[in-house]
Write a protein that binds this ligand. Sequence first.
Ligand SMILES: [Zn+2]
Length: 276
Amino acid sequence: MFFYRLLLFCFATLIATLWLGAEPTPATHEATHEERGAPGEPGITFNSVHVAGPYIAMTFDDGPSATLTPKLLDLLAAHHIKATFFVIGENVAEHPEIVARAAREGHEIGNHSWSHPNFGKMSDENVRRQLWRTDDAIKNATGKRPTLLRPPYGSITAREKRWIHDEFGYQIILWDVDPNDWKRPGPAVVRNRILQETRPGSIVLSHDIHPGTIEAMPSTLDALEAKGFKFVTVSELIRAATARPARSPAEAPGNVRAAVTPSPSPTSAPSGDQAQ
Ligand SMILES: [Zn+2]
């Protein structure tokens, strides 16, 4: 009898282990799914992308900076890495030549508002003005209108997402890797946080207006390359997206859990932080 109970216990433990192993982060799974667009509005909002290969997107916000962005562009060119810059309209108007260079060298330029306000607390008319002015400034600098928006602080309501997408055609890009570089924790901390959190399909947030971030990048990019990651722009990452099993009703629940890309901080970061 004892032996029988022991056998039963072992079997139950095995099943529990397998089940837990298949779903390492149940809470973030839900958040990630929601952030990628509720049913009926797929493909509008992204904080990471489900991809088959080792592709990631480095994103740099709040620039261009007259001194730091050119340094970063030199480094990216030396590595043959394409990144995405979410620029502030005011800064674009001040340094259109830097944005033009970034675009010419194959980087993607996204809209990050005119003056970095909190969209979640603004009238539609003011949000619209922030977006159009920046859209025009990017068009003037690069000859192309952006197709991506990152709302300042990641702050945007579900209603705003819909009308902005309808009116501007923007995809709304958040992030899943946040080194909190705007708090200036030092280059080593920025690098280590990025290395620890980055997964295939990750969208990595940082800022090309902080010296420590730029200082962290040479060794960060070296280490990411050593891990086998391939760098693409955000739009390329989205185009590389594979079909997500979570959207297919035919998939078994176990397969859905295993296929979701874990996302360490998909929705919580924007609310408390003040520098995205
Ligand atoms: Zn920002």
